[in-house]
Write a protein that binds this ligand. Structure first.
Ligand SMILES: CC(C)[C@H](C(=O)O)[C@@H](O)C(=O)O
Ligand code: SF4
Length: 469
């Protein structure tokens, strides 16, 4: 039977954090956790210091350098000269503020969205922010987690609160189970391709359905990570037994009796039967094929075994123009198959697909084969802990034997902010989340893909169907 006032997961977490309701749907919210990285975190801390304000609650903030550091073996915070000041600034300012920073080479360092869940910093029912749009990744654990701008970073540092307009709610039901070679990344890209990159504007998305229930927590992170590419700042999955097992024993998760108490709370969070969403979409996960992008927006997604769209078939003049420009930038012909397109680089990494399960999957597909001779292929683990765990299993040896470079944790080639980028005209199959013009370097051509598709492309030297591996 429905509860008298059924609420969604999102409603429950939001309502529990309202310090004060303001006018017109705006609320003052308490923020439970704040993550800081070397770009926006350093900038926010500097701004606060310039204004002479103290950090209100340094124990709730955690920092790590990721964007502007090199991923070269034996790197230091100065290896990429352009990021040295940011790195040193983060180190100095967090020390002055009493904020815990996970430094290079230390367990805990890594891409900020990999590190938060991994350390148990984010937990179901929490609010968490970071000056980074992919903070939505953390929603996989049943938290309201979202990216904020620089003035909001400073506001949270100073007050541990934010003034926010309550978003509308959307539920995406991934029904059925995906077939072989199809993972969370493919489902997310297919969804964005179908609904468009702005469909989630103004919404908090909850993912549910059989495919989501069947996913491990790390795959749910991949799914939630791409919420912002659907236009939604928030993506969430209700906590369940997998979430509980994932968090048990993590360094910043509650321990002992406190963990048992936390479980009792977490179990109240899933949406009540009959809870209403302002929008609801169904995706047949069983019908989704391995999916890659062909163009310059994550919505330019296509099944690997289909053809690049023809601008003549566009739904509007604006779309026709966007498709034409994307085809020109990507060096692709309308109506041509994507499979067989020669590539130059493969990047396995980023906050979308650089966790241990991603690396296990990729390494497991190599089976003694080698990367095509003309392809430069990199694996960049998402965190120091991921790197160490992978090395304990010998994954680095499998990658190296196949011809992949095994590097140090960070954002690396996902974003051209650390000197690691493709040359103009180079074609990259990348497990990251953004294929915008110039994202991986001026003129670089990015095809977003799953780890399995990245391996298939690396071995073939061209875009290939991972189901043929
Ligand atoms: C640099 C940072 C603020 C940015 C973001 O907000 O997402 C980056 O992480 C990205 O992926 O584009
Ligand atoms: S890995 Fe890429 S998407 Fe993720 S935080 Fe870093 S730059 Fe942003």
């Amino acid at each position: 039977m429905d509860t008298p006032h059924p609420r969604t997961l999102f409603d429950k977490v939001w309502d529990a954090h309202v310090v004060q309701s303001l006018a017109d749907g705006w609320d003052l919210l308490h923020i439970d956790r704040h993550l800081l990285h070397d770009l926006s975190g350093t900038a926010g801390l500097r701004q606060l210091a310039e204004r002479g304000l103290p950090v209100r609650n340094p124990g709730l903030a955690f920092a790590t350098p990721d964007h502007a550091v090199s991923s070269a073996p034996d790197r230091t915070g100065e290896t990429f000269a352009g990021g040295a000041r940011l790195y040193q600034g983060l180190k100095l300012l967090t020390r002055q503020a009493g904020i815990r920073m996970f430094d290079l080479g230390e367990p805990g360092q890594g891409i900020v969205h990999v590190m938060g869940p991994e350390l148990g910093i984010v937990q179901p029912g929490m609010t968490l922010v970071c000056g980074d749009s992919h903070t939505c990744t953390n929603g996989a654990l049943g938290a309201i987690a979202f990216g904020v701008g620089s003035s909001e970073v400073t506001h949270v540092l100073a007050s541990q609160t934010l003034v926010l307009r309550r978003p509308r709610t959307m539920r995406v039901l991934l029904d059925g189970l995906p077939g072989p070679g199809v993972g969370a990344k493919d489902l997310a890209l297919a969804l964005i391709g179908w609904l468009g990159a702005n469909a989630g504007n103004g919404f908090a998305v909850e993912y549910a359905g059989a495919a989501v229930e069947a996913m491990e927590v790390e795959q749910r992170m991949t799914l939630c990570n791409l919420s912002i590419e659907l236009g939604a700042r928030i993506g969430m999955v209700a906590p369940d037994v997998k979430t509980e097992a994932y968090l048990r024993g993590r360094p910043f998760a509650p321990q002992g009796d406190a963990f048992a108490q936390a479980l009792a709370h977490w179990r109240t969070l899933p949406s009540d039967p009959g809870a209403r969403y302002e929008q609801e979409w169904h995706v047949n996960a069983a019908a989704v094929a391995p999916t890659l992008t062909w163009g310059t927006s994550p919505e330019h997604a296509m099944a690997v075994d289909t053809r690049v769209p023809d601008p003549a078939d566009a739904a509007s003049p604006a779309q026709r123009q966007a498709w034409q420009a994307a085809l020109a930038y990507m060096g692709l012909k309308a109506g041509a198959p994507l499979q067989g397109t020669r590539i130059d680089r493969v990047f396995i990494g980023s906050c979308t697909n650089s966790r241990l399960s991603d690396l296990r999957e990729a390494a497991g597909l190599l089976r003694g084969r080698r990367v095509a001779p003309h392809v430069q292929a990199w694996v960049v683990p998402g965190s120091e802990n991921v790197k160490r765990a992978a090395e304990r299993e010998g994954l680095h040896e499998a990658f190296r034997a196949a011809g992949f470079a095994w590097r140090e944790p960070g954002c690396s080639m996902c974003v051209a902010a650390n000197g690691e980028q493709a040359a103009p005209g180079e074609r990259v199959v990348s497990t990251s989340n953004r294929n915008f013009v110039g994202r991986q370097g001026p003129g670089a051509r990015t095809h977003l893909a799953s780890p399995a598709s990245a391996v298939a492309a690396a071995l073939a030297g061209a875009i290939a169907d991972p189901r043929s591996l």
